[in-house]
Design a binder for this molecule. Structure first.
Ligand code: SF4
Length: 228
């Protein structure tokens, strides 16, 4: 018999709704519940270095079998801006860093156009390990890796996030509509503001989005000047 997969958030929501129907107006504090949650390894991670150790040892999806190195940004101290890409390319996989190769150089040019640099951002990816050539990550791989991205945001608490590509809206907002519907205006996510736009790798194949990226970058710069 297959393992039953439950969404804990849905379960809790349904349970709280049931309690409300029964007339409960508040929920008592459960010390025991907190103790149970604290045993989860990801809840114990309280800094990015220990999270990286966990990711390097991760086998939560099939990509661990073919990766060389997960792509992680070791230069995270004092970063208040975050940049999220889709998944590692060949260079990222060999060097173990996001945006380590030619796409990173294109990204650098994009950022320089608004007076920022790659080094101003904590760089990360929705999926940390590279899929085989020419394939994009499967839904289950995105879901398996999503917890690390959420934990990075929780630890870093960036004021502003620039999200590039089709995977960040899926992972953060669970939205699958075209990126064109999500770009052009900021979204708030927990304590951060996010601008979604196209990935530089997509732009190289589809130069018509260059103008849209430029508009989104200008919007990001406006927010940056207001916020930081
Ligand atoms: S892609 Fe993410 S979930 Fe999959 S093995 Fe790598 S770190 Fe783990």
């Amino acid at each position: 018999m297959g393992k039953e997969i439950r969404n804990p958030l849905e379960e809790l929501r349904a349970y709280f709704q049931y309690l409300e129907e029964l007339g409960f107006t508040h929920i008592p504090y459960f010390k025991e519940l907190e103790n149970i949650f604290k045993k989860h390894p990801l809840l114990r991670e309280d800094n990015l270095s220990s999270l990286f150790e966990r990711i390097r040892a991760c086998r939560d999806c099939s990509l661990h079998r073919i990766r060389k190195l997960p792509a992680l940004d070791e230069n995270f101290s004092d970063k208040r801006l975050m940049l999220i890409g889709d998944f590692p390319d060949k260079e990222d996989n060999y060097l173990g860093r996001p945006f380590a190769g030619p796409i990173g150089e294109t990204l650098q040019k994009m950022l320089l156009s608004i007076g920022l640099r790659k080094e101003d951002f904590y760089l990360t990816l929705v999926v940390k390990c590279k899929p085989s050539a020419g394939r994009i990550p499967e839904e289950e791989e995105i879901q398996a890796c999503r917890k690390y991205l959420l934990k990075e945001i929780r630890l870093l608490k960036p004021k502003l996030i620039l999200a590039l590509g089709f995977l960040p809206p899926k992972a953060l907002l669970e939205r699958t509509e075209p990126l064109n519907n999500l770009r052009g205006a900021p979204f708030s996510f927990r304590e951060s503001m996010i601008i979604f736009t196209y990935h530089p790798a997509f732009m190289l194949k589809n130069p018509s989005v260059k103008r849209l990226i430029w508009e989104d970058l200008k919007l990001f710069k406006e927010l940056y000047e207001k916020t930081l």
